[in-house]
Every structure is written in C-alpha cells, then in structure tokens.
Design a protein around this ligand. Structure first.
Ligand code: GLN
Length: 334
C-alpha cells in the first residue's frame, strides 16, 4: 500500500469519522521499520519481564518463554513480519472470536439471550458471576461464555470439529492448520475449572448437549495451532465490514462485524480490557498460548505472540508490542 494510503484510508473510513490525533503517513518501509524497532525493544525486555507461561495447562508449561513474533496483514494482502511470526502456537482463547462468528451465523441474535456482552471484570475462568446471573455468562470471550457458544455450535453442526477446522483453514488461507494433540489431551485431563463451569451452566439449563461433548469441542478449538500470519488473516473480515478482502466473500454481516469488534474491545482481554482500550485502543483478543490478535478497522490486522503472560492471562510483551505499534503508527479507533 502506498505511502499515504494507509493513513488516508483510515481518515476517510474510520468508524469514528475523525482522524487519529497524529496520523503518520505509513509506507511499506515504515511498517517494516516499526516492526523491527518493536522486536528490538521486546528482546531487550526478555530478561526483566515478570510474565509466566500458562503452566496450568501442562502441555503449555514447556513452551520457551523468551519468544516473540509479530505479523501485520493489510487489507490489500501485504504481509509484514518479525521474529517467530511463522511459528505455530496454541491459539487458545483467540478461537472464541471465530466460534462466536459461527454461532451467530447459525443461531442469530437469539444467541444473546444465552450469553451477555458486558465485561466481566473477573478472571477468564471465574465461576463467581454465574451463580448470581443464573448461568448466563457475562460475555462470549470468558470461558463460561465460550462454553455456551460451543454448545450452540454442537446443536447446529453434525460434525462441529470438521466445520470449525474448515472455517479456520479457509479464513487463514492455510490448509495445514490442525490440532495440537498434546495440548488437547492435556486440557482434557486437567480442565477441572472448565468441567465445573460447564456443569454449573448445565444445572441452569443453559447447555443443551452432553457436557463432555461440549467440553471436547471447546478443548479442540483452543488446541488448534496457528502462526501470527494465519491468525491475523483469519480475522481480516472484521477489519473489512464482515467481508474477506482476498476472496470477496461476506463472512458475516456488516453489523455483526462491528458488534464483534465492540465485544473484543470491551471483553477480549478479560479483566484487563480497560487497560487495553487505554493503552492500545484497538479491538483485540488474547489467548493463554501468548497470542493476541488486533483489528484496525478498514486498515489492517495484526497478531503478536510471546508466551509469558501477565497476571490477567494476557501476553505481557505482546501487550507491550501492541501499545508500541499504536503509538508509533498513530493507528487506533479513538
Ligand atoms: N483453554 C484455555 C482455558 O480453558 C483458554 C483460556 C484462555 O486462553 N484465556 O483455560
């Protein structure tokens, strides 16, 4: 994309209909330079970061901590990368955006009778609100909400795993995407909290299918392995009004794309969503594998990966990298 085009497109088409405070003109060269600068800054922070890998899932405990990858994919299809952007990692909760898209497609807005869309302010695997709110999870991006979304998918597909895998491969344009068996087994054996959440929700009548089948699908979606480029591409439709910019396919409606971005902004990084909006200012979704995907509406998608997590379960250096990217480019929805 040309030197002024990125910023110009942002200015013309921003959902805020006003320019960012400091809209830098970005060329290819600038974008690659910005990523390289971020990479160098992140590497300097490896020794002092306090984050820890998600060892509550035993298979993730052995992932090297000091790793970083980042990919930017523009709506024109240009790709910029640094570090381990080609290395597949466990996508974990990032998959909750994709399953929400599939579930809304099948269940329509009735889905919102079974899952809310308010930030929880509690950890992603908390059970506390469910009791007070009669088994209706606060939003689709905490574990409880994603388990209800998984149940909706089970009710609508004969082979939900095959349907989900096909969707992910198509969205990412990568037929090699698959499940990490070790991670899947590991979560199946150690997912005590998810078992508790699912049974608790079932007791309120907000799960229709066999609880173990719902959990198996939920572990499947979390256990897919994808790289930063795959993940950035897979959500391009959220930057382009529900449309896949490479195929032209309308993946979801304009309105649903806008609303999914809104839920990502308010709930995509759990009880740190306020901090994310403050420091990054983009719709984003994180996973405990250390990935975070973000959307710059009408301009580009990006994905960062660094496995060590902060105390809210978001990638510590990934969050830093997104903050630096938005500061250096001036890109933000605000
Ligand atoms: N599979 C993980 C879990 O259920 C997903 C959590 C996450 O990525 N935040 O705990």
């Amino acid at each position: 994309m040309g030197a002024r085009t990125l910023a110009a497109r942002f200015r013309c088409e921003s959902i805020m209909r006003s320019p960012p405070q400091n809209p830098h003109d970005l060329s290819r060269h600038d974008l690659q330079d910005i990523l390289s600068t971020i990479h160098a800054e992140v590497r300097e922070r490896f020794d002092t970061q306090t984050g820890k890998v998600a060892d509550y899932i035993p298979a993730l405990a052995s992932v090297p901590r000091d790793t970083f990858g980042m990919a930017v994919v523009t709506l024109d299809g240009d790709v910029y990368t640094v570090g381990e952007a080609h290395a597949p990692f466990s996508i974990q909760s990032i998959s909750k955006v994709h399953t929400l898209t599939l579930a809304l497609d099948k269940a329509g807005d009735d889905l919102w009778k079974r899952v809310g869309r308010e930030p929880s302010g509690d950890p992603f695997n908390s059970l506390i609100q469910l009791e007070h709110e009669s088994g209706i999870p606060r939003n689709p991006f905490i574990n409880a909400g994603a388990i209800v979304v998984a149940d909706v998918i089970l009710s609508h597909y004969d082979d939900p795993e095959a349907a989900f895998l096909e969707f992910m491969r198509e969205r990412a344009g990568n037929p090699d995407i698959g499940r990490d068996d070790e991670v899947w087994e590991s979560e199946r054996k150690s997912g005590y909290r998810n078992v508790a959440l699912a049974n608790f929700i079932r007791s309120f009548g907000n799960i229709e299918n066999d609880v173990q089948a719902v959990l198996d699908f939920y572990y499947f979606q979390c256990a897919l392995k994808m790289n930063c480029i795959d993940l950035a591409r897979s959500l391009q439709f959220l930057a382009d009004r529900g449309r896949c910019p490479s195929s032209g396919e309308q993946v979801t409606s304009i309105e649903r794309a806008r609303r999914t971005n809104a839920v990502m902004m308010t709930c995509g990084t759990y009880d740190a969503a306020g901090e994310f909006a403050f420091h990054v200012g983009l719709p984003a979704k994180s996973g405990v594998g250390g990935g975070i995907v973000a959307v710059v509406p009408h301009v580009l998608n990006l994905c960062v990966w660094s496995p060590a997590l902060d105390d809210k379960g978001n990638s510590q250096l990934g969050a830093y990298a997104l903050h630096r990217f938005t500061r250096m480019t001036g890109l933000s929805v605000f």
